[in-house]
Design a protein around this ligand. Sequence first.
Ligand code: GLA
Length: 703
Amino acid sequence: MTPHDRWLLRTDTTTYAVTLGGDGRWAELAAWGPHGVEDGPSPMDWSRRTHFIIPADAAPAEYIPYGLRPFTGADLIASHPGGDRGSWWRFTGATQVEDRALRLEFADDVLGLRTTLCYETVPGTDVVLRWTELTCTGETEVRLERFDSAAVNVPVQGGSRLTYLAGQWSQEFQLKHLELERGRFEMESTQGSAGHAYHPWLAVQDAAAPAEGATPTYGIALEWSGNWRITADAEPGGAVRVRAGRVPHEGAVRLAPGATLVTPRLACAFSPDGLDGLARVWHRYERHLTGERIDRPRKVLYNSWEATGFDVDAAGQLELAKTAAELGAELFVVDDGWFTGRPDDTGGLGDWDPDPAEFPGGFDRFVEDVRALGMDFGLWVEPEGISPRSKLYAEHPEWVYRIEGRPATLVRNQLLLDLGREDVQEFVIGTLDRLLGDHAISYLKWDMNRPPTERGRPGHPAGPDPELQDLDAAHVAGYLRVLDHLRTAHPHVTVEGCAGGGARVEHATIARTDVVWPSDNTAPMDRLRIQHGYLHAHAPHTMSSWVTDAPGVFDPRPRSLAFRFVNSIAGVLGIGADIRHWTPQQRAEATEWIARYKEIRAIVHHGEVSLLGSPADPTCGIQYEEPGGAHLVVTAWNTGPLDGAPLVPGRAARLRLRGLRPDAVYTDTAAGTRYSGAYLLHSGLPFAWTAAHDAELTVLARQ
Ligand code: GLA
């Protein structure tokens, strides 16, 4: 290999090109964009002059250690324990499989560390996966203080606009924009999960370009269910360099001689079509992650949490179940409160037996009664949760995270099991196998309602040094092991991922669950905004969404039942309202919406999405185009302002559709109205909103 070698990776429509820099001491980005972008001098090329810094600080390096890059931010900080910080390495070889996979190796013989930069394209998508493998090749262990998955150089022009998703519990996935001319932007979670506050996802565009339309848009998303950090640096030369990776709970980890640490994968995506185009890249990628399970229709669920809370008993649940079945629900899920010692959130977690007092005829009899209504049955569990008053805690206090001699912090009155322990994993697998084996359960909602505090494991086999324990990675491995077990041992069971709402949404979870719960906030206007952010990063077939009673718990602004249904139909429809109190009219309307959803859900879950405007606009919507384009589904909402029609001569609100054939004819299958493609692209689909009519679901068939 000469320093002038260049490697190309090609996805469906993009090229990612890497070359060697610094006389072969590091790899750097040569091109990233649509096919052909590699033909010409690299946009990352620079003057090669550096004042007061060194070339490695200025280079668009793909991954570079502290040592070689001392001033502007390194991706790897490695040393011998107590030794000098830094690694100085050299390129030792590359392996490439066509234009689909690449491995670049670098060795530091003094430290005894081999670093392999790994690349893999994902078939049928515009995603390149990147990760790093670190092997201790010497006799002495290596201490890793920072070990990102990858650094991603984004060739922006004229500064950058970062788009990210931030929030808190009940306000997840708020879409935010930030112009970064100089300086550093950082997001992280140390909550042992993706977290509510920030989402491990970032989009980067030119600062001055419009966010939508023909704007080159780059994005990353980290596949990691534990602690993480994403850093974006606006570099003096004009580019943005994004670093992303996991963050060990203990601050650093040790790599024993002969051991290899594989970082989480970072998905890197490109679209020439703005944030909306980037969303489509992520949606396609998530359909790929879902694999063949994408073909299982997502059933209409009823979940009793908002109706009954902890007040679960067979009679009350059956009353709900009967009505749910009449409305057309296909699945009935009993949420929290079904097991012993759980009249409220102060007890019960860990003792996963149906409460005989609440199911006097026996739990199986109850499940059979639900199933006799023609619905599947599902249950809520929180496998990592443990109540201090539980029998499990009395038997195994050592299974809980704790630091000897320190008090334990309760969050939601509970503690957290150390799922990194094999015996805890066996307990959880045994519990789930027993529940799924003993009862006819075909749906599990896996919740997690507290982050780890006092995270220690006295008596850890690796010894008391926290750096040797890597508890965050152990927990993630345990969590993924159990999810993988569910897939292989109980393939018929649909799994919903949840963590106090949307704190555990990221690609490792999405790949192993069928749907995720984006937020506990189901109030119509709030939910619309949460889902708008969510759909920028994640696909509709993963987005669980319930129709609940208005006004919501958080958002008292009145919206129609139709608004709430259209909101939920935009993803995976569920009902969470107390339908016992619904009027016959409400029930009739709900029955109709559910029937319509069943007709079009395949288009929503398999189609290409265009996000039409945002909830900040008076009218916004989502267009779903069936593969092949024969049908379009458009969900549309009026967010408040009305134009006065029909009392004064106001005009209809309009949403311009995207990507249609101008010369084709599209017919509204309900109203019979015919539109040309040109009309829908140019004049837009009309919506005559009134105070009562604030949402619509339109299906258009192409002739
Ligand atoms: C969490 C979940 C909710 C519900 C409750 C039950 O908050 O996000 O959907 O399951 O727990 O306790």
